[in-house]
Write a protein that binds this ligand. Structure first.
Ligand code: GRF
Length: 210
């Protein structure tokens, strides 16, 4: 059984979709711990109720980013993960932390990267007049919201959309693509080569387009 550690900061709906798909689809991997940088993250309650180990590494208790990253790494390493999954984890991680888990750390970002890295992606997509937006699962590299793309979900931007309606439709597909990406990893179906990710079974690395 491969071991997955998930990092969250809040609601944890992506974490939940991964935990549930892993059990329902009997992946050769399981979520062994959920770690939050916020003690009040709602996702911690869900994880604890499922019998998953939980931990908090509070960024406010650390004087520097390096000190926070070091304690976070120690906490994550104590669960001996094969894969680290960032699921709504809202702290920027330093290059040392990222390199420690290079090639075995995934993130989901609510835009079609490389467009709109950073925050307020839905507002920015609407303001730019984009007709499509979506979400991207990618391997994490030191550059923020960057790195080899595993799968993307494409969502139309409607004239009637505001940030909230768009975020809701994108989130529904996040819950499809993130578990799928983690399943592919668990089944050994992802090949990472020269910054590109191939799905070895030839399954489409895009959702939401017919
Ligand atoms: C998601 O939209 C994710 O893409 C973004 O933050 C949100 C987290 O939601 N990075 P949740 O905590 O998984 O419910």
């Amino acid at each position: 059984m491969k071991r997955i550690v998930i990092l969250i900061s809040g609601r944890g709906s992506n974490m939940r979709s991964i935990v549930e798909a892993g059990v329902a689809e009997q992946w050769p991997a399981r979520v062994v711990a959920v770690v939050s940088n916020r003690p009040d993250a709602a996702g911690l309650t869900y994880a604890a109720e499922r019998g998953i180990a939980t931990a908090v590494v509070d960024h406010r208790a650390h004087a520097s980013r390096q000190a926070f990253d070091a304690e976070l790494a120690a906490c994550v390493d104590s669960h001996a993960p094969d894969l680290v999954v960032l699921a709504g984890f809202m702290r920027i991680l330093g290059a040392d932390f990222v390199r420690r888990y290079e090639g075995r750390m995934l993130n989901i970002h609510p835009s079609l990267l490389p467009s709109f890295p950073g925050l307020q992606t839905h507002r920015r997509a609407i303001e730019a007049g984009c007709k499509v937006t979506g979400a991207t699962v990618h391997f994490v590299t030191p550059e923020l919201d960057h790195g080899p793309i595993v799968i993307q979900a494409v969502v139309p931007v409607l004239q009637s959309d505001d940030e909230d309606t768009l975020a809701e439709r994108v989130l529904a597909l996040e819950h499809v693509v993130y578990p799928r990406a983690v399943r592919w990893w668990a089944q050994g179906l992802l090949q990472l080569e020269r910054g590109l990710v191939r799905q070895l079974a030839g399954e489409p690395q895009v959702v939401g387009l017919s």
